[in-house]
Design a protein around this ligand. Structure first.
Ligand code: ATP
Ligand code: MG
Length: 238
């Protein structure tokens, strides 16, 4: 039998009015893989992530997650989604926020571990509106992974997070992937991109290049990933 994929995006297009935010995107992500989505502002990364978890319904093409055609509410408990804009309850404490997301998925037992992971256990009683921006980001991550999802969608997860903690996050992402979790991570940070097993470069709603960081360097003709990416992006415009 052919290999099964945790995520299978097949020729997906999505328009908002007359604007095509996704234009025939095809990509496949294996179980346990860390797949990075790169691309300029407005390229369609968030729209693609939303299509993968079923919050956006494709006009054309299909999205299959864990063997199920999306959108599918039953699959949602297997997905963790850290949105680009924090979706927390500002009037509740850190612990209450994480416990809320845990309760939706009957995963109350995971609250302490999730808080410890993001180094917020000591701040668990703090009301979210009183946290720093980076702490809020960390709280969002704890909410996204408290139920130990099979697929973790992270939309720019480390914006505002200090370098030490970013490294720790990535250690943990790798550990999760080694344990079988599939991760899709959007980022503008090249050292993060370099930590992904495969990258997809998105521009104008299309996948314009795909491959390992080494492949992307080769395709873009530069040992510097950022330069390779810019070369690839520039090629399409000319
Ligand atoms: N609900 C919506 N209604 C109308 N247009 C939308 C909607 N959602 C996204 N778009 C448009 O689709 C395009 C892609 O947006 P998207 O948020 O996917 O980009 P992105 O790659 O995530 O960008 P960024 O790096 O800034 O987060 C943008 O032009 C955006 O304005
Ligand atoms: Mg986005």
């Amino acid at each position: 039998m052919s290999e099964t994929y945790a995520v299978n995006v097949d020729d997906v297009s999505k328009s908002f009015g007359s604007f095509k935010a996704l234009n025939g995107v095809t990509l496949r992500v294996r179980q346990g893989e860390i797949y990075g989505l790169l691309g300029p502002n407005g390229a369609g990364k968030t729209t693609l992530i939303r299509a993968i978890c079923g919050l956006v319904e494709a006009n054309d093409g299909s999205v299959t997650v864990l063997g199920q055609r999306m959108p599918n509410v039953a699959v949602l408990r297997h997905i963790g989604y850290m949105t680009q804009q924090a979706a927390l309850y500002p009037g509740l404490s850190v612990e209450e926020n994480v416990a809320f997301f845990a309760a939706i998925n009957s995963a109350e037992a995971g609250v302490k571990a999730a808080l410890e992971l993001v180094h917020l256990y000591d701040r668990r009683k703090s009301v979210v509106s009183t946290l720093s921006g980076g702490m809020r980001q960390r709280c969002s991550l704890a909410c996204a992974l408290v139920h130990r999802p099979d697929l973790l969608l992270l939309d720019e997860p480390t914006v505002g997070i200090d370098p030490q903690l970013r490294v720790q996050f990535w250690d943990y992402f790798r550990q999760m992937a080694a344990d079988g979790t599939t991760l899709i991570v959007s980022s503008h940070v090249m050292d993060e991109a370099d930590r992904c097993q495969r990258l997809g470069l998105i521009q104008y709603g299309r996948l314009l290049a795909e491959g390992s960081p080494a492949d992307i360097r080769a395709q873009g003709g530069s040992p510097n990933l950022e330069e390779a990416f810019l070369n690839l992006a520039g090629r399409r415009e000319s």
